[in-house]
Write a protein that binds this ligand. Structure first.
Ligand code: FPP
Length: 242
């Protein structure tokens, strides 16, 4: 178990490598995604046990529609199945679910499942699990800009009052702390349009482990790496000045 000092409040994860995990076993890609859901459940439980406040997972990006439609359909079906299968358990563990992204493109049954899961868990006070589905960092920035422009047009906001704090209040993550630690699995070292604004001062951690193989121990290694970083937020540590 990790040391409790300086635990990240918010961990964000890009869960990559399901397809390659399946390929290595001569299994269809769908088996990799199914194993990815099990991995998700394991890591959500582990984060809750370790006292992490927020876990954000990138389940489906705005760009993932470019995948073959059979895989997109499989993924959408799997998300709904996973919700139905795990929602009671997550609720019992006091996890609060929150979905971010453009919901309108999702099929109606998934939209209903999402709404029901959020309603059931909205009073929970443990881990907040943010599931980014049809989410893109650019989409988030654009919708924030539109929302501010609408407020300016309505005479509710002066252009001169726009600053970073106000901009953040229009992002979909307005009430969440910025991620302290971003983990990406499977050896890829890019952000892939996940939280763009929000990752400005986040510590990045890349591992070769494929997402279905990511265990509690892998999580603890990532947290331990985070705990050794000097976070400066563009400034410097006082003792360095002396
Ligand atoms: C990347 O693997 C993973 C995804 C496209 C996201 C799918 C995520 C899950 C199935 C787990 C999340 C589940 C829920 C219910 C939130 P990839 O296909 O890009 O792998 P590859 O790079 O090896 O092909």
């Amino acid at each position: 178990m990790v040391c409790e000092a300086s635990l990240p409040r918010h961990i964000a994860i890009i869960m990559d490598g399901n397809g390659r995990w399946a390929q290595q076993r001569q299994l269809p890609r769908f088996s990799g995604h199914k194993a990815g859901v099990d991995s998700c459940h394991r890591i959500v439980k582990a984060c809750a046990e370790r006292g992490i406040e927020v876990l954000s997972i990138f389940a489906f990006s705005s760009e993932n529609w470019k995948r073959p439609s059979s895989e997109v359909n499989d993924l959408m079906g799997l998300f709904l199945l996973a919700l139905e299968r795990y929602i009671e358990d997550l609720h019992q563990k006091n996890v609060k679910l929150r979905f971010i992204g453009d919901r309108e493109q999702l099929n109606p049954s998934l939209q209903q499942g999402i709404q029901a899961a959020e309603a059931l868990t909205q009073e929970n006070t443990g881990l907040t699990l943010v599931i980014a589905t049809n989410y893109g960092g650019r989409w988030d920035i654009i919708q924030a800009a539109k929302s501010m422009a609408t407020a300016v047009q309505a005479g509710e906001l002066c252009v001169e009052d726009i600053n970073e704090t106000l901009f953040e209040q229009h992002l979909i993550t307005q009430d969440l702390p910025a991620p302290d630690l971003l983990i990406r699995t499977s050896g890829m070292t890019r952000i892939s349009n996940f939280y763009l604004w929000q990752l400005s001062y986040t510590e990045l951690y890349f591992t070769d482990v494929l997402w279905p193989d990511f265990t509690e121990q892998s999580l603890d290694e990532a947290i331990a790496s985070y705990q050794q970083r000097d976070r400066r937020f563009g400034g410097f540590l006082e003792q360095e000045e002396e």
